[in-house]
Design a protein around this ligand. Structure first.
Ligand code: ATP
Length: 205
């Protein structure tokens, strides 16, 4: 990272780990966030070329009556058909990456967070100077996600099983915030990490 390049911190974690809660805490400290999930939804909004490509490929029935993408229907198709999944990823990943790059470039906070549940599963981590993992024990993830989504333990466990294993995720972290306490403890940990990032940034100037 040179003095003129923006510093990008990738932030990730499993379901219910507290990525959003942590990201919100960074936002209150004045740090800009690029949300990969949000970008992924925006590139398939009505009027976007990607949505036209998807309807050409899968047919009009992939749209809801209001013209929006029927996400559950598409999820179902790609769950059953690996070649459909591959096709969709080849279409969307470059578009998502391009939009992320553009937003990171336009950010003007001392450093910028790239928040992505798939940071370590995609090439999005190559856009980052450091990777911050929000970590919580599986039992805590499960309890939080069940309460938040009103979902069954089986549903959340299935999602956890489809995600990167906790140890694999931690092995790729430069920084870790253990989010196993209350929200006040999380805010304190974010504040300490923020201080570290500002010092790192100052040392590159
Ligand atoms: P997902 O990947 O599913 O979007 P996430 O990692 O963004 O999950 P959050 O939505 O931030 O997780 O947290 C899950 C739930 O747990 C939320 O309802 C959040 O308010 C709550 N939560 C997160 N951290 C804490 C904490 N330290 N104390 C109490 N509640 C917390």
């Amino acid at each position: 990272m040179s003095a003129h390049q923006p510093m990008v911190i990738g932030i990730t974690g499993g379901i219910g780990s507290g990525k959003t809660a942590a990201t919100d805490a960074f936002t209150t400290l004045g740090i800009s966030v690029v949300d990969a999930d949000l970008v992924a939804r925006e590139v398939v909004q009505p009027g976007q070329p990607a949505l036209a490509a998807i309807t050409d490929h899968f047919g009009q029935h992939i749209l809801l009556p209001d013209g929006n993408l029927d996400r559950p229907a598409l999820r179902e198709i790609i769950f059953r058909d690996p070649s459909a999944k591959q096709w969709l990823e080849a279409l969307l990943h470059p578009l998502i990456r391009q939009e992320i790059v553009s937003r990171l470039r336009h950010s003007d906070s001392p450093y910028t967070l790239l928040s992505s549940p798939l940071l370590l599963e995609t090439d999005q981590q190559t856009l980052c100077n450091r990777v911050l993992v929000i970590d919580a024990p599986a039992s805590v993830q499960l309890a939080r996600a069940m309460a938040r989504d009103n979902s069954s333990a089986d549903t959340i466990k299935a999602i956890m099983a489809s995600q990167l294993d906790r140890q694999q995720r931690l092995a790729q972290a430069d920084d870790i915030i253990t989010n196993d306490g209350d929200l006040l403890a999380l805010h304190d940990a974010v504040q300490a990490m923020h201080k570290t990032y500002l010092e790192l940034k100052a040392n590159t100037l």
